[in-house]
Write a protein that binds this ligand. Sequence first.
Ligand SMILES: Nc1ncnc2c1ncn2[C@@H]1O[C@H](COP(=O)(O)OP(=O)(O)OP(=O)(O)O)[C@@H](O)[C@H]1O
Ligand SMILES: [Mg+2]
Length: 356
Amino acid sequence: MRGSKKKKNKLFKLGFRVALYSSITTGGVVFLALIFFSKQNLEWISICSAIALVLVFFITYFFNYKLQYHRLEKLEEISRNISKKRFEEYQDITTKHNDEIDFLVKRFVKSSRTIEREIQRLNRIENYRKEFIGDISHELKTPIFAIQGFVETLLNGALEDEEVNRSFLKKTMRNVSRLIYLTKDLMEISKLETGELKSDIEPFYLYEVIHEVLDSLQHKAEKDDVNLELKTFDKNLQVKGDKNQIKQVLINLIENGIKYNIKGGSVKIVLEEYKRDRERVLLTVKDTGIGIDEADLPRVTERFFRVDKSRSRERGGTGLGLAIVKHIIEAHREQLYFESKVNEGTAFKFTLRKVH
Ligand SMILES: Nc1ncnc2c1ncn2[C@@H]1O[C@H](COP(=O)(O)OP(=O)(O)OP(=O)(O)O)[C@@H](O)[C@H]1O
Ligand SMILES: [Mg+2]
């Protein structure tokens, strides 16, 4: 603010120069015209030319000042702000003249906005990267330290006891499996997030894929006393998508349905018409499990987010399953919906394009 006040008292150099050149030209032209066309003496002609020169100087300077000074000052302010990484809204700027200076002002305002958005985007990526590395190291630390603890105890004498031996090796194995799953999921999500993993969209039979998934998860469901149900639909229905990725989506959703369920509960898979778009179908995976609190629901697709970290970890969860689901559905340009009620159950739904 102080800077601009100081500026105001300064001479408007560009206007001064324009006024000076215009007035000298006018004075010269008036002088020559009077010499040729008037019969007055030289003194009178010189006075008239000088008056014309002074008048033109002030008038030109005044109009230049009015027309250009404030807008040039604004341009200077915008570029000063950009250099100080300040990106204001500049709603007070009027650009009604539609000339080159207005064009420059508009361009500067636009550039300022673009730079601001780009800085915000880069900051977001940087924070995201930092968070990702922090999360990964945290997730890796837990099983690695557990393995270290078990192996150390065994080496320190527990090896003698066969019973302890077996139990510690089992626990070590569980943590090794956790590390393997974690590494696999991390590789998958990083490829999905960087756009490295492309979806290979082709028609496939949906019923067949759902059946394969249900078969592979049947054992897990029985162990947890959860019933898997599929509401039958047209076996010949073909949809468009990356078969393996859609399979992954179904595995992640049904696994969650089993993992976060109650004894004697169920996971139901239902296919129906998608009412908002007749070209698509809507696939629902609905469970009768513990449900998700309303406050946590918007965050469940975030990487590493778990409502109950200890419960999820105990069941081998790393909080990547739904993040992978979200990325795959987005890469397919399809919709993902979810709703849940604590102690009643959760439903995840997604759309798929039909093949006619
Ligand atoms: N069907 C569900 N019922 C209740 N809570 C769920 C359900 N699905 C997901 N959640 C909650 O959302 C969190 C995130 O789910 P997500 O599948 O991403 O991770 P995870 O199951 O913990 O681990 P991962 O799938 O990577 O093995 C879970 O930890 C759980 O708290
Ligand atoms: Mg999961």
